[in-house]
Design a binder for this molecule. Structure first.
Ligand code: DAH
Length: 337
């Protein structure tokens, strides 16, 4: 007759193999291997056996425990695999997939991209600089006196450490000239910041395209020609452009220019930019900071401009409020995608 432990093993292995799901298997595990399960009970009974019997039964008990443990692990694996396969079988691969949402470019990005591609055709490279700047890049190097109103805290966001959010992209003129000798022909699109009262046409953050061209014999005619070509490419051949004398500390002479075009809503003149011939004092300060004479004002001249992009984009896309640009409202953005 076989030992009762062998019978226990036989019935345990059959029961485990027959388990139809994970709960049944777990119940069997508790019954055989649990703290008060049959195998534990046998372990307790070992004490009552004679010296001769003990090693024989002990060995058998170990074999039974190992066999039951292995069988439970194997069956568990099989049940989990079957469950997974069942779940996968329920997926209808012929159903249409979830549509991929395709994003669109923000209207300001579209505007900048168009402008950039026109300037690139004229040989302007892209330059950039940080939004957080020092007073030197934003004002001193641009020949802006310490008492100039633009430095006022009312206009400029100062950081506690004395740095500031650039009030214009003209900072990139200085960064570009410090990094390379002439000839320079770059545009720098980017954000600028001023403590403006926010309303439909004013935002504390706005966008400009800065331009800088320094070489031998650059003249006001080059400035005008470049601006006129750019605006006619952007807004159409019928675009009218007018230059007005103006004042900026970093250019001499200085101008502002306005545009009027069918592409611009309202048919009115739009004041678009400041520009002028780079002031010799700017070139001299750049030389001082570079420690050389690369931008010798006797040899090199240059023009610069800084164009506001937000107002232009508003008029071209018929956007009534500048705040829409930064609200991330999909109902607004989808109209330009
Ligand atoms: N930085 C000026 C502003 O934000 C615009 C400007 C004027 C830029 C003349 C220039 C310039 O490069 O030459 O109002």
């Amino acid at each position: 007759m076989s030992h009762p432990l062998e019978e226990l093993r036989a019935s345990a292995l059959t029961e485990i193999a027959d388990a139809a799901d994970e709960q049944t298997l777990e119940a069997a595990r508790v019954r055989y291997l649990g703290r008060s399960g049959s195998i534990a009970v046998w372990g307790e009974q070992m004490k009552t056996l004679s010296k001769e019997e003990r090693p024989v039964v002990g060995k058998l008990l170990n074999e039974v425990r190992n066999a039951v443990t292995a069988s439970i692990a194997e069956t568990g694996e099989r049940l989990r695999a079957a469950k997974e396969a069942g779940a996968l079988a329920n997926i209808d691969v012929t159903l249409p997939g979830a549509p991929a949402e395709i994003g669109g470019l923000h209207p300001l990005t579209q505007m900048l991209d168009r402008a950039i591609s026109i300037f690139r055709r004229m040989g302007f490279a892209l330059a950039e600089g940080p939004d957080v700047e020092t007073e030197w890049y934003c004002f001193d190097a641009l020949n802006t006196a310490p008492d100039h109103p633009a430095r006022n805290e009312q206009d400029t966001f100062y950081l506690p450490d004395g740095r500031l959010l650039r009030t214009h992209t003209s900072t990139v003129q200085i960064r570009t000239m410090l990094s390379a000798p002439p000839p320079i022909r770059v545009i720098a699109p980017g954000g600028a910041y001023r403590r403006d009262e926010v309303d439909a046409t004013h935002s504390a953050q706005f966008h400009q395209i800065e331009g800088l061209y320094v070489d031998e014999k650059v003249s006001v005619a080059d400035l005008k020609g470049t601006i006129e070509f750019f605006l006619r490419e952007l807004l159409g051949a019928n675009t009218e452009i007018r230059f007005r004398p103006h004042y900026f500390p970093f250019t001499e002479p200085s101008f502002e220019f306005d545009v009027r075009s069918r592409a611009i809503k309202g048919g009115k003149w739009l004041e678009l930019a400041g520009c002028g011939m780079v002031h010799p004092a700017v070139l001299e300060e750049v030389n001082r900071a570079r420690g050389d004479d690369a931008y010798d004002p006797e040899k090199y001249t240059g023009f610069a401009f800084g164009m506001g992009m937000d107002r232009l984009a508003m008029l071209m896309f018929d956007i009534p409020d500048i705040r829409y640009f930064a609200q991330n409202d999909l109902r607004f953005l989808r109209q330009f995608a």
